[in-house]
Design a binder for this molecule. Structure first.
Ligand code: X8Z
Ligand code: ZN
Length: 615
């Protein structure tokens, strides 16, 4: 369970309130075992069963408090969410403390796994000190609320104009005026300095909580959820990055050249891409500047946004279209309550956190998404992404709550995106969103580049956020250097530079949702490797012949059955086993993504020949 459940992201930092655990009678304080009694394996089994039952009973209240606090941001809902979270984290702490009596006992594999996962339930581990616990949940709720309600205002009096994140993002997506983009980018980055001090204190508090659990710091706790040691995990992430780095560097060089063509000397900074010119607030996905980089004008019909607008798609129709892909694989229809209770569009009368998330409210079918859907390609694919989380929840709802999570968190993020990879031009034409695709070398390169602008451009960004946080948590980056370290990592991994020097009066890492929302981010990096492995496996299951990128398993129930079987395993076994059951191998590996983009990489190398790439 863990956080994917509530939207993991962010507030999600919610801890599951593992309830009062061990007392089946309902008492909060289980009878202490006699000091000299060595607990038995059977008692450990019973303890884990009680914790699971307690989670089932108590989690829905925390989820509801959290849900209203992000879909109706105000002081009251924040107070209620912070309090619910405080109780939940307090109980989790008690439960972890109680579980220590089983150390050294010979346990069944499931019980040992359950006890290990119990310690990892909260990405926001809280100190035991009640005052500090309360302070922590208030800071967490306040930071997420500040992000969600963030507005950039200019002008005074009658001339005052305020813009929210969505409006500022629209400028980046649609304007090609350099200064308008700079203004939107800089405007959003005025929001986060207000909670820089909160974040600094937050780090101290979660580190204290992590140490009390026996971890060196919160980064080590985050790296402990991968069925290998934290050090091995770090090395794995580095290994995967080394595999894909050459492909990213080829893409960066090509796109940088196009920006230079468009914006002249403002199109690059020392070989790096200016952070405000990629069509995305964080320069994490670059699909929105397709108009600037399209190699062969009009080859292949790829304008999904135009198709959505032309055909009058509203939010619900977009969601139903995404659901239909999943049901075409043989997965169940979503429950009616999903459509009744989800937040699909931005309410007009109140502040909400628009960042998309997927929620399991009660472990028994009350699943929802929270989005502010607009008819754009980005949002359309994000819906498919969110439904991946929802179908994972539904598939593993039969498991004990401690096993209701992704095989690891990268798996959870990869499910919906594995479906997005199968949204080939043929699929999009079959649902009437784009014209019948033509097949030509030009159309192939266009469609590969389009996909790479999202999937390959994302890779270094997916890695660097936690490079920054791990260093913040373990003290290598001091609060006085937050911004310096952030831009050093942006340069190192992405080759992205700020429009002008950014001193410590800013808090630019905090302008990205997952930092104030405290959602670990390496999961997205892993997902962008894994989703190609999963895609390849499902294409094999569907009997696909031919180049990988041409495969869609829309409507293929063999592929669907294989996927569903994997989802049903949740976190009940080491992810390596789940991986092997789906793909035949136990490792995360970038060869599938490299194989997928092989035609594009050859083409990029031709385009870049003779240029000075790198930064
Ligand atoms: O946060 C998300 C999802 C919710 S789990 C919308 N994503 C990351 C982001 O937006 O930064 C999906 C891709 C990366
Ligand atoms: Zn997600």
């Amino acid at each position: 369970m863990k956080i994917e459940r509530a939207p993991l992201a962010g507030a999600l930092a919610v801890a599951l309130a593992l309830l009062a655990g061990c007392a089946p009678s309902g008492s909060d304080t289980p009878a202490a075992p006699a000091a000299d009694a060595t607990p038995t394996a059977a008692q450990a089994d019973a303890f884990v069963a009680e914790v699971n039952q307690a989670i089932r009973t108590e989690y829905p209240e925390v989820a509801s408090a959290q849900w209203v606090s992000v879909t109706y941001i105000n002081g009251d809902t924040q107070m209620l969410a912070a309090k619910a979270n405080e109780r939940s984290l307090g109980k989790l702490g008690e439960r972890i403390e109680q579980s220590k009596r089983f150390s050294g006992v010979q346990l069944s594999p499931d019980t040992a796994r359950g006890l290990h996962l119990l310690k990892l339930q909260a990405p926001m581990p809280a100190p035991k000190d009640p005052a500090k616990l309360s302070e922590l949940t208030q800071i967490a709720t306040r930071m997420e609320g500040a992000y969600g309600a963030g507005r950039h205002c200019t002008g005074e009096g009658e001339a005052k104009v305020c813009r929210e994140l969505g409006e500022l993002e629209t400028v980046l997506r649609t304007s090609r005026d350099h200064d308008a983009q700079l203004d939107a980018w800089a405007g959003w980055h005025t929001i986060s300095p207000a909670y820089r001090a909160d974040y600094t204190r937050f780090v101290e508090l979660v580190n204290e909580g992590s140490r009390e659990l026996g971890f060196a710091n919160t980064g080590e706790l985050w790296r402990s959820g991968y069925d290998m040691s934290p050090a091995e995990f770090e090395a794995e992430a580095d290994r995967l990055w080394d595999q894909v780095k050459p492909l990213y560097q080829d893409l960066q060089c090509y796109v940088r050249g196009k920006l230079e063509q468009t914006y002249g000397e403002k199109g690059s900074v020392d070989g790096m891409i200016p952070a405000h010119l990629t069509g995305n607030m964080w320069a994490q996905q670059w699909g929105n500047i397709w108009d600037l980089v399209e190699p062969y004008k009009g080859a292949g019909s790829l304008d999904i946004t135009a198709g959505l607008v032309k055909q009058g798609y509203d939010a619900e129709k977009m969601v139903r279209k995404a659901e239909e892909f999943y049901t075409s694989l043989g997965m169940p229809a979503l429950p009616a309550s999903f459509y009744e209770k989800s937040q699909l569009v931005k309410p007009r009368d109140r502040d909400v956190v628009c960042h998309a998330s997927a929620w399991d409210m009660n472990f028994q079918g009350d699943v929802r998404i929270k989005m502010c859907i607009q008819p754009t390609e980005d949002e359309f694919t994000t819906i498919y992404h969110e439904l991946g989380h929802i179908y994972y929840y539904l598939a593993y709802n039969h498991l004990p709550p401690l096993f209701q999570s992704g095989a690891h968190d990268g798996f959870h993020e990869a499910i919906g995106d594995t479906i997005v990879l199968a949204m080939t031009p043929q699929y999009l034409a079959s649902i009437g969103l784009v014209d019948e695709p033509t097949t030509s070398q030009e159309a192939l390169i266009n469609s590969q580049l389009r996909m790479a602008l999202d999937k390959v451009a994302f890779l270094p960004f997916g890695k660097l956020i936690d490079q920054w946080r791990w260093a913040v948590f373990d003290g290598r980056v001091a609060p006085a250097d937050y911004n310096k370290a952030w831009w050093e990592l942006r340069a190192k991994y992405q080759g992205v530079a700020p429009p002008s020097p950014r001193g410590e009066e800013f808090f630019d890492a905090g302008a990205k949702y997952h930092v104030p929302g405290n959602t670990p981010y390496t999961r997205y990096f892993l997902s962008h490797i894994l989703q190609f492995q999963f895609y390849k496996a499902l294409c094999d299951a569907a009997g696909h012949q031919g180049p990988l990128h041409t495969c869609s398993y829309y409507g293929n129930t063999e592929a669907g059955a294989k996927f569903w079987a994997m989802l049903q395993k949740g976190q009940g076994q080491p992810w390596q086993k789940t991986m092997a059951e789906l793909t035949g191998g136990e490792q995360m590996d970038a060869s599938a993504i490299l194989d997928y983009f092989a035609p594009l990489q050859t083409w990029l190398k031709e385009q870049n020949a003779g240029k000075t790439c790198g930064w």
